[in-house]
Design a protein around this ligand. Structure first.
Ligand code: ADP
Ligand code: MG
Length: 189
């Protein structure tokens, strides 16, 4: 269990680990929450959002949008018939202006859904005071955290594939909220 307000760093060895982490994160998310995903192109932001979508049990495939900037995934009924919040997935990579931000009408999604924003840092903070800041990083080439000899090409490739995720919670909403260890329920779907 990890307290989100004190910050959390987790190693993600492969894309499945990124998805599992997203599923674990979904367990603490509720309607009105905002998750801001930061990381380079290809860092794993959409992959993590796929895990969140699976954990929330929403309709539709979470994907990298080509032209659509925001997509709403409505909740499907769970086994007990209940439904969780919808997921609104925003990829602001192509967002050109703050007028386009207004057109997204994220205020209403921030009341009713879980809103996950890729490339949101710098503008999305103005919309709400409480948020989860999630940062995905690839290990830097100049210091290999796996400790392998860089001359071992296989080891280097493996290290280049993994990611690190850092979660920092901002705002009163997250006081005392803990994240269950994603390894505890790998079959959660
Ligand atoms: P982004 O949305 O940040 O641009 P994507 O989620 O599209 O990135 O992921 C880019 C690629 O990285 C995908 O092929 C995905 O499978 C892979 N990937 C995601 N997480 C990891 C990980 N922890 N280790 C290795 N590869 C990963
Ligand atoms: Mg993406």
């Amino acid at each position: 269990m990890s307290d989100l307000t004190s910050g959390l760093v987790v190693r993600l060895p492969d894309a499945d680990a990124t998805r599992s982490f997203g599923r674990a994160l979904a367990g603490v998310l509720r309607a009105g929450d905002l998750v801001v995903l930061t990381g380079d192109l290809g860092a794993g932001k959409t992959t993590l959002t796929q895990g969140i979508g699976a954990g929330l049990h929403v309709r539709g495939q979470v994907a990298s949008p080509t032209f659509i900037i925001a997509r709403e995934h409505p909740p499907l009924p769970r086994e007990d018939g209940s439904r969780g919040p919808a997921l609104v997935h925003v990829d602001a990579y192509r967002l050109g202006s703050l007028d386009e931000v207004d057109a997204l009408d994220l205020d209403s999604s921030l009341d009713e859904a879980v809103t996950v924003v890729e490339w949101g840092e710098g503008w999305v903070e103005a919309l709400t005071s409480d948020r989860l800041e999630v940062t995905l990083q690839r290990p830097r080439g100049d210091h290999d955290p796996s400790g392998h000899d860089p001359s071992e090409h296989d080891a280097l490739d493996a290290a280049a594939g993994e990611r690190t995720v850092t979660v920092r919670a901002v705002g009163d909403r997250w006081a005392g909220v803990v994240l269950p260890d994603p390894d505890l329920d790998p079959d959660l779907d």
